[in-house]
Design a protein around this ligand. Structure first.
Ligand code: C5P
Length: 204
């Protein structure tokens, strides 16, 4: 079973992905953290060729062997990761790593291009939508001390970069189910997505 979840920043992919992974006994992989780890390596002055990313259980991200998971969710890396995400050489390496991790296991993978590029044959493809205002509010709730206006501005910049890059732009796959989360609770989104997964499982 492979479940792909895509959508813009702070649309609820991680909360949904973790819940589905737990319910259906899958490994959960947040691919945005890989882009963040590459950006951290480049900010530290490493050339791309010297940046080695690995993922360890449970949900730990390694940069050249160092567990950097807890360093990845900063404002600086929000923007730096979306900049490195426009680089074809970075994407080629990470897509290859993501496919290797997903091979032969049940997995829930979330990001921007999972249903379109990384796992085009995924059993279930979900694409989450939410308005920028709602996403900015959610992000501020997650990161104590962040300013709402600034968070909204940052999200809009990132959205534009993610949607307009020439390689793997943020887009729903043609066979993805789109879930608009603005007026739904997380529990409702999880329940809707879990029903869809169950349907697919029964169909197999
Ligand atoms: O999901 P998250 O916000 O942590 O991702 C950080 C950045 O990494 C995104 O803004 C996006 O530019 C990039 N990314 C990507 N493709 C993915 C996952 C993330 O381009 N599959």
């Amino acid at each position: 079973m492979k479940i792909a979840i895509d959508g813009p920043a702070a649309s609820g992919k991680t909360s949904l992905g973790r819940a589905l992974a737990e319910r259906f006994g899958c490994r959960f992989i947040e691919t945005g953290k890989m882009y963040r780890a590459v950006a951290l390596g480049l900010l530290r002055g490493l050339p791309l060729d010297a940046v080695v990313i690995d993922v360890a259980e449970p949900e730990r991200f390694l940069l050249n062997g160092e567990d950097v998971t807890d360093l990845l969710h900063t404002r600086e890396l929000d923007q730096a990761s979306s900049e490195v995400g426009t680089r074809p050489d970075v994407r080629a390496r990470l897509v290859e790593l993501q496919r290797r991790i997903a091979a032969g296991v049940d997995v829930v993978m979330e990001g921007r291009d999972i249903g379109t590029v990384v796992l085009p044959d995924a059993d279930v493809k979900l694409f989450l939508r939410a308005s920028p205002d709602v996403r900015a509010r959610r992000r501020v709730d997650q990161r104590a001390g962040d300013d709402l206006e600034r968070t909204l501005r940052d999200l809009v910049v990132r959205d534009r970069r993610d949607s307009t890059r020439t390689i793997a732009p943020l887009n729903p796959a043609s066979d993805a189910t789109i879930i608009d989360t603005d007026r739904k609770t997380l529990a409702e989104v999880i329940s809707e997505a879990a029903d869809l997964v169950k349907e697919r499982l029964q169909g197999h």
